[in-house]
Design a protein around this ligand. Structure first.
Ligand code: NAD
Length: 261
């Protein structure tokens, strides 16, 4: 097991990519906090992990709420005896062309993706920096849209580009204290977040749902294949288990060649 005696917080861990990462980290020996807005779903995920022999703690957390993030993070640190890994993953998608994009939706997107990344990082660092020998790893869930743009996704593309900046600053500030940071940048992964977009994009672009999948989502890949939650989880595991600062401040694109850097 690669993460024995480690503890992790995964935000948005009740569904999709976050859930797959939480399950894999737990299988590799980490104690994992399932932090999510949806406490019932977080409880169900934690129960599945415990049934499989892992250690998990469901915890209610709205990543846009400063007090909720600080309190939940402190609770996890107390329960697990510190925090070694933060996976800042919670996210949503709202698609619309810029001229129709409401300011309220724009602010909601920045609050969840950017404010959420900042708040969870700050709360976790207060624990990671207590023991510089122990250090830690922070991983942000970016996207191919951290590097590439698509129509209808102004708020998402802006927010996901912003995570690269935060990760690079953290790499520089955290280096001496043995804290590393990375951004994982997946292509399209079939989760509830993507399934919701298929009919929305078909309507907005005036094409069929099948065309949205084939042309918009997979048209740029080398093989027309969706990235899977396991592809992303395995990348997160590799980075969490990596033993030195040789890898820090990097972005890892997991996208079947949709974007090559
Ligand atoms: P998902 O909808 O399956 O899961 C998102 C989870 O985040 C849900 O459990 C939801 O309750 C939680 N969440 C939403 N708002 C929250 C908040 N304010 N506080 C705490 N939790 C909150 O989505 P997913 O596809 O697994 O996406 C996870 C991350 O991966 C997101 O950041 C997304 O942008 C990113 N991503 C997804 C894809 C994809 O194709 N699915 C591709 C690239 C990046």
């Amino acid at each position: 097991m690669k993460l024995q005696n480690k503890s992790a917080i995964v935000t948005g861990a009740a569904s999709g990519i976050g859930k797959a990462i939480a399950e894999l980290l737990a299988r590799e020996g980490a104690a994992v906090a399932i932090a999510d807005l949806n406490l019932d779903a977080a409880r169900a995920t934690a129960e599945e992990i415990e049934r499989a022999g892992g250690r998990a703690l469901p915890i209610a957390m709205d990543v846009t709420n400063e007090q909720a993030v600080d309190e939940a993070t402190d609770k996890v640190a107390e329960a697990f005896g510190g925090i070694d890994i933060l996976i800042s993953n919670a996210g949503i998608q709202i698609v619309n062309p810029i001229e129709k994009y409401s300011f309220a939706d724009w602010k909601k997107m920045q609050a969840i993706h950017v404010d959420g990344a900042f708040l969870t990082t700050r709360a976790a660092l207060r624990h990671m920096y207590k023991d510089t020998k122990r250090g830690g790893t922070v991983i942000y869930m970016g996207s191919v849209h951290s590097h590439e743009a698509s129509p209808l996704k102004s708020a998402y593309v802006t927010a996901k580009h912003g995570l690269l900046g935060l990760a690079r600053v953290l790499a520089k500030e955290g280096g001496e204290r043995n804290v590393r940071s990375h951004v994982i940048c997946p292509g399209f992964v079939r989760t509830p977040l993507v399934d919701k977009q298929i009919p929305e994009q078909a309507k907005e672009l005036g094409i069929s749902e099948e065309e949205v999948i084939r042309r918009v989502m997979l048209g740029g890949t080398v093989d027309g294949v969706f990235t899977t939650v396991d592809d992303v989880a395995q990348t997160a595991l590799f980075l969490c288990a990596y033993p030195s600062n040789a890898l820090t401040g990097q972005s890892f694109v997991v996208s079947h060649g949709w974007f090559m850097q």
